[in-house]
Design a protein around this ligand. Structure first.
Ligand code: AMP
Ligand code: MG
Length: 496
């Protein structure tokens, strides 16, 4: 019987107070040789967790799912979901365990889940494990998103298991400890709705309100307020993704968090050269989750959430449907608010003029026609503020530099309409246009070094660089480069 160490500041998840049918109480599935890859010490500190304990053998035993802390029962949560448009009434945590909760400095509850921790009642014949590659990808990309200021689950730690997992080829097994505001997904609501479990649905909605949107409780219609809040949070989130060129890759309803955090980093990637149709995921043959489709898909997913809530919204179905439709219409406004403001900031514009959107659209079009790199172009614009049109460095990022020059003339005219902002403009642009993003070929490189050579130093370096995405970081410039033709990674895999 493994010992049950104390882990100060770590508690049974409050989800365990919900009815038994919300989850499966799970047994641990110990692994042979857990080894810490990385503990996220700053995050541990934010959660008031003792990093020295979590980095010790006792801590690593918990992070590997070999031992649970005293008085804590791990849970696999039940959920359903639309996967690529097809409804699956039961998915659930097939390879993840909710092992507890900690508290952020602001007093908010944060759930800690082990992903890759072994089989559960929801594993559906699969092994319940995760391969090292996807674990490192989740660690790198989720932490990069956090550093960019985008709502996201975090990575508290990654461990290797000392066991092989069998995918196309045997891979080293690993587990990522993920931290989330909660793991309630649109699919969690769908799980109860699909069963006609009205009581369960209401209990879940009440719990989600209390946990994420407590102000909704005081509204005339708390469930409508819940829906409106989730819609607004998702709209803001997806707009933030679009502004940095992030492609989630698997926006199934089970991968959309009610809290509005980015969750489930599978075959995700950042776009290099700008193209609205960009897809990386190997399982997204139809391009359903392509870059430019993401806002539309978010609305589609939110419509599925709205459907589950109809019985709670009003006594009459017509009234409920009208309320849900009105709420869904608010998505566009919330999305546009963040996206348009974000685009203006990226271009260095403080004021709001009607020609700004067409101006931004013109740049994106020129990028698309010239295979220009999304991140480099925006970052480079700040350096061209003083350069006369036809000069500067941004133009060199376009195959036909004249296309940029033509656009730059419009941009300069627009900038001249608010000269009072000249002083703060550069700083604003550099604070919203990142220099360092987790470029897919760099993530792949890190994974190859770890998987093929057990070399984690590239992973360490990439994580460190991405922690300061807006800083210059002399000596690290190679991380800013888009892939050379032979470095290009066209497909990313879930590793499931
Ligand atoms: P994901 O693609 O990670 O969002 O997972 C979709 C569903 O498949 C979830 O219910 C997962 O728990 C389940 N799943 C994915 N990979 C595995 C695995 N290796 N073993 C068991 N279940 C899995
Ligand atoms: Mg998932």
């Amino acid at each position: 019987m493994p010992s049950r160490p104390e882990a100060a500041g770590f508690f049974q998840a409050s989800y365990a107070t919900l009815p038994e049918r919300f989850f499966a109480r799970a047994d641990l599935a110990p692994v042979v040789a857990p080894k810490l890859i990385k503990l996220n010490r700053p995050l541990a500190a934010e959660l008031s967790l003792d990093a020295d304990f979590w980095g010790s053998d006792d801590g690593v035993a918990i992070l590997a799912g070999n031992v649970s802390p005293k008085d804590v029962q791990p849970l696999a949560l039940a959920y359903a979901g639309h996967q690529f448009g097809q409804f699956v009434p039961q998915l659930g945590d097939g390879r993840a365990l909710l092992i507890g909760e900690a508290f952020g400095r602001d007093g908010s509850r944060r759930e800690i889940q082990l992903k890759g921790s072994g089989r559960t009642r929801f594993s559906r014949g699969a092994d319940g494990r995760a391969a090292l590659g996807p674990v490192l990808r989740e660690y790198v990309v989720s932490e990069a998103m956090a550093a960019l200021g985008i709502p996201t689950t975090r990575a508290l730690a990654a461990v290797t298991t000392g066991e092989a997992v069998y995918r196309e080829q045997p891979q080293p097994g690993a587990i990522v400890a993920r931290v989330a505001a909660s793991h309630i997904r649109i699919g969690t609501f769908q799980y109860f709705a699909a069963r006609g479990d009205h009581e369960g649905l209401k209990t879940l909605a009440d719990y989600a309100i209390e946990r994420h949107y407590p102000d909704a409780a005081a509204k005339d219609n708390p469930y409508l307020a819940l829906l409106e809040n989730v819609i607004a949070a998702q709209a803001r989130l997806v707009a933030r993704w679009m502004l940095v060129g992030f492609i989630h890759g698997v926006m199934n309803t089970d991968n959309m968090s009610i809290s509005g955090e980015t969750i489930d980093y599978g075959p995700c990637a950042f776009m290099d050269s700008y193209h609205p149709g960009t897809v990386f995921s190997s399982i997204d043959a139809g391009g359903r989750y392509a870059y430019a489709n993401q806002p539309r898909i978010a609305v589609w997913n939110l419509a599925r959430l709205a459907e589950t809530l109809l019985p709670l919204l009003a006594g009459s179905e017509d009234v409920a449907v009208a309320a849900a439709e009105a709420a869904l219409k608010q998505f566009q406004t919330a999305y546009d608010g963040v996206f348009h403001t974000g685009l203006r900031r990226k271009l260095g514009l403080f004021a709001d003029y009607p020609e700004d959107l067409p101006l931004a659209g013109g740049l994106l079009e020129a990028m698309s026609a010239n295979e220009a790199d999304f991140t480099l172009v925006f970052r480079s614009l700040a350096g061209d503020l003083e350069a006369p049109a036809g000069e500067g460095t941004t133009r060199t990022l376009f195959t036909r530099s004249e296309d940029f020059d033509e656009w730059a003339r419009r941009w300069k005219e627009r900038l001249a309409r608010e000269p009072e902002h000249d002083a703060g403009r550069r700083a604003m642009m550099l604070s919203v246009n990142p220099k360092y993003i987790p470029r897919n070929h760099r993530v792949e490189e890190v994974i190859r070094a770890a998987v093929d050579r057990s070399d984690f130093s590239p992973f360490e370096e990439l994580v460190a660089v991405l922690a300061k995405p807006f800083d210059e970081q002399p000596g690290m410039e190679r991380y800013t480069n888009p892939p050379l033709p032979d470095e290009r990674v066209l497909r990313t895999f879930c590793g499931t």
